[in-house]
Structure formats: C-alpha cells, structure tokens
Design a protein around this ligand. Structure first.
Ligand SMILES: C[S@@+](CC[C@H](N)C(=O)[O-])C[C@H]1O[C@@H](n2cnc3c(N)ncnc32)[C@H](O)[C@@H]1O
Length: 212
C-alpha cells in the first residue's frame, strides 16, 4: 500500500466507528499467524457489511471464504435474533482459530461454520438466502455464482469481493487464471438478465448483485 493509500485508510478509520475489541484481536492474530493476512476484510469493509446486513435484515446469509472469521463476525453482529450465517472454509487449519473468535465475539450461536469446499457444500445446503457473500478462491468465482444464485431468493443480494483484483482486470497483459476468472465473473454477472448489478471501487472492488 502506498503512503497516500495508508493515509486515506487511516482517515477512513478515524472517521468511522472503531472496530470492536474482538475484531481488533482477530486482525492482530491474523497478521501474526497467517501466511496471507491481507485477505482479512478489515475495519472499513467489515463495517460496511455490518451496515448492509442491518439494511437487508436477512434471515439467512451464506458466506464463501471464512478465513479467520472477520467478515463472518461483522455479518453475524448485525443479524436479527432468529437469523443465521452459514460460512464455508476449505482450509481446516483455520477452523480452531475461527471457532475461537466466534466464541469470543459472543456470536457463535449465529454462525454455522462448514469446513470443506464451497463447490461441494453449497449444493447440499437445504436453505435459501437473502444475502450471500463470495470471497473464496478467485478462480472459482464463476462456479460459485452458478451455485449461489439459485439459492438466493428473488429480491436477495450477492456481494462479491476482489472483483478489481488490484486493477489487473483492466491490464491487458495480465493473463493469469485468477484475473481471467474475475473478468469472466464480472462479464457473466453483467450479461445475466436474472440480476441487476453494480461494481463499486471500494477497496479491491465489490460487486453488488440483486436477484430480480
Ligand atoms: C479472502 S479469504 C476470506 C476472507 C474473509 N472473508 C475475511 O473477511 O476475513 C479467502 C478464503 O477462502 C478460502 N477458500 C478458497 N477456496 C475455497 C472453497 N472452494 N471453499 C471454501 N473456502 C475457500 C481460503 O482458504 C481463504 O481462507
């Protein structure tokens, strides 16, 4: 991150309500103990999810890519008392840490952690959802979309993270599998007549999708 970006990030944080102590500790743990701590959603995006969940008031939310649980806790913190989050993580080495932070946050009873690949788990989930958050392996975004959309109720929302992929989506010389899959995902959503969508340049790019 450039100095200018760091200053902007600090300004955004200073002018938003602070993250909770549990989320601060989770971020710290993630930075000290994981190989790719940058994957964590972080304060501003987490706060945005919290706001969106308050606005949508979903009964059930689906998340692909739990990691250490930052976004899951943000989402769960805004759920109504009878609402639930299903969050899916393929890396079982993250299970203990995520469960520990779910307990610490006091929200464990609202979070159902599924360990395994979302590609195998989603077809077997018996629920329908009013909100889904896609934040797993970028190469699998088109497949996630095809699996998630039928599970989302009409009027429900899907949010997908990292859809600008550090700006690589507009760089013609980037031909790696991650970039190609994100480009394919963005195009397939925009061409899909079953949904309305907007791509927002928040952090690494957020695609907001509403099922018609
Ligand atoms: C960007 S991180 C998620 C960050 C998290 N949402 C947060 O806010 O901290 C992506 C996560 O997706 C997981 N993942 C990758 N492929 C997956 C799959 N097929 N099913 C479920 N999780 C997957 C990775 O192991 C990683 O922990």
């Amino acid at each position: 991150m450039s100095t200018q970006d760091q200053e902007l990030e600090a300004y955004l944080s200073a002018n938003s309500k602070p993250e909770s102590q549990v989320l601060y500790e989770l971020s710290r743990y993630t930075n000290l103990n994981t190989f790719n701590p940058r994957m964590v959603s972080g304060h501003i995006q987490g706060k945005l999810f919290e706001m969106i969940v308050h606005m949508v008031n979903p009964k059930r939310v689906l998340e692909i890519g739990t990691f250490t649980g930052y976004s899951a806790i943000c989402i769960a913190s805004a759920l109504a008392s009878n609402a639930m989050l299903d969050t899916i993580e393929v890396n079982d080495e993250l299970e203990d840490a995520a469960l520990c932070f779910f307990q610490e946050s006091g929200l464990a009873n609202k979070i159902n952690l599924h360990i395994g690949s979302a590609l195998e788990i989603i077809p077997n989930l018996p629920h329908s959802y009013q909100l889904a958050y896609i934040d797993g392996d970028k190469r699998e975004y088109p497949n996630y979309y095809n699996l998630v959309l039928p599970k989302v109720e009409p009027g429900g929302f899907i949010i997908a993270d990292n859809v600008l992929w550090s700006g690589k989506v507009t760089n013609k010389s980037c031909n790696d599998l991650h970039t190609k899959a994100i480009i394919e995902f963005n195009q397939m959503v925009t061409a899909d007549k079953r949904v309305d969508n907007v791509l927002l340049p928040i952090r690494d790019g957020l695609m907001l999708i509403r099922k018609l």
